[in-house]
Write a protein that binds this ligand. Structure first.
Ligand SMILES: [Zn+2]
Length: 429
């Protein structure tokens, strides 16, 4: 009975959401997503997509084929399947992207200034929902949030409103030397995160971008990453310079940023199979683009000179990426570190990586598809276009292998078999 009421409440909310969105002119959503499908994404209807070029997410290109979907999953790749529901020929079809590092709740406040990621006003709650919506519309069907967004994760998962699938931390571990705690205390902290519903643990093992000093000892890093592994949680480590090999040696899952890492450090990261997530541009470009909104807010420079110093880090990011792509076997995943102002523009990082970081366009796509899924421990569910996987499918107007800026032109978005965006032709002529 209580359950029934809850469903009714969700349905009511979904109906209101859809009416609001249709008033706002979000036609594709209003047409394709009925309130029922929002509440129950697993529709039983069979859907066939026709495509002339499919990047399968693992580095292969499939030509002139059809993707068959039932409920939330892909059930077949069959060139003879029909009738066709969505004709995406002429576009590039690929798995929905995965962003391994976002701060999805981070927004600008009512005054237009940076409000950070922990804001708790009504405006910030709507802003977080909007961040989720624009991220999904930009082709990102799964994101890993390194801050705290359990309520948003669960709201989207239960169909309250549309957004990417979210994996999230709850409470990060800030490195404060000895004050962080003994290895036993750190292990207790990890178990608490698990109980609180965390999907991952974010660890700060270094100071800011240009202060590479370690803020956790090797022993402390070993404790947090070992305990997390025992609890089935992945560990994402904010690490510069010496913290990079230390996190890898501790058996942590993924290293974020990585500035100051030497080639030998990167070789160690490759050997240990640690995922590596350096950013090539969007993060800093976004701070610079929005400097009037960030200036003077906590942790940000007050002056032009402060931002000019930030600008000088950009070429260092490019140089790190250029070296990283040359390290054999290094598993570079796609994480943007998207904050306020960058949500929905996550794909800009692909362009930075390819244009400035020397990343091969196909490798850039795979980093946000099958490799990204593997890093999440979800390779059997997302990140590829293959039978048995979730129907997370997007289409680009253009070929990103020839012109990476095609990633800006996402014209079709399906997540779990539900179409949220369809700016393509709807039928075969
Ligand atoms: Zn971050």
């Amino acid at each position: 009975m209580r359950y029934q009421k809850k469903i009714e409440a969700i349905m009511r909310f979904a109906r209101i959401t859809v009416s609001i969105l249709s008033i706002l002119g979000v036609g594709a959503l209003a047409q394709r997503v009925s309130p029922q499908s929002l509440a129950q994404p697993a529709k039983a209807k069979r859907i066939v997509i026709a495509a002339s070029a499919v990047l399968d997410g693992k580095g292969r290109v499939l030509r002139n084929t059809r993707i068959v979907i039932e409920a939330s999953k892909i059930v077949a790749i069959d060139p003879k399947a029909g009738p066709v529901d969505y004709d995406l020929r002429g576009l590039t079809v690929l798995p929905g992207w995965i962003d391994a590092h976002v701060h999805i709740t981070w927004s600008f406040g009512k005054d237009g200034k940076n409000a950070g990621e922990g804001a708790t006003t009504q405006e910030s709650a709507y802003a977080a929902a909007s961040n989720a919506w624009v991220t999904l519309m930009a082709g990102f069907t799964t994101v890993q949030n390194v801050g705290s967004a359990a309520a948003l994760r669960d709201a989207i998962a239960t169909g309250m409103f549309p957004g990417p699938r979210i994996l999230t931390g709850i409470e990060a571990l800030p490195g404060r030397g000895d004050q962080t705690g003994t290895p036993d205390e750190i292990r207790t902290y990890v178990r608490k995160q698990k109980e609180a519903g965390a999907d991952l643990i974010k660890i700060y093992a270094s100071g800011g971008m240009l202060q590479g000093r370690m803020t956790l000892s090797q022993e402390q890093l070993n404790a947090v990453c070992d305990e997390a592994k025992k609890q089935g949680l992945r560990t994402l480590v904010h690490a510069y310079s010496d913290a990079v090999p230390a996190a890898s040696l501790a058996g942590c899952t993924q290293i974020e940023h990585g500035l100051g890492a030497t080639d030998d450090d990167l070789k160690l990261v490759a050997k240990k199979g640690t995922y590596f997530d350096p950013q090539a541009g969007l993060l800093l470009e976004n701070y610079l683009l929005n400097k009037h909104r960030y200036a003077g807010t906590p942790f940000f420079p007050k002056t032009e000179e402060g931002f000019a110093a930030m600008e000088k880090i950009l070429p260092m990011n490019h140089e790190l990426m250029q070296r990283a792509v040359k390290i054999p076997g290094l598993k570079i995943v796609f994480g943007t570190d998207a904050v306020a102002g960058a949500h929905g523009r996550n794909a800009e990082e692909f362009i930075d990586r390819v244009h400035d970081g020397g990343v091969d366009p196909m490798a850039a796509m795979v980093s946000a598809n099958s490799l990204g899924a593997e890093a999440l421990g979800m390779a059997d569910q997302i990140g590829s276009i293959a039978a048995g996987l979730q129907a997370d499918i997007i289409a680009l107007d253009g070929d990103p292998l020839k012109d990476i800026t095609a990633v800006r032109r996402v014209v079709f978005v399906m997540k779990g078999g539900v179409v949220y965006k369809n700016w393509a032709r709807a039928t075969i002529h």
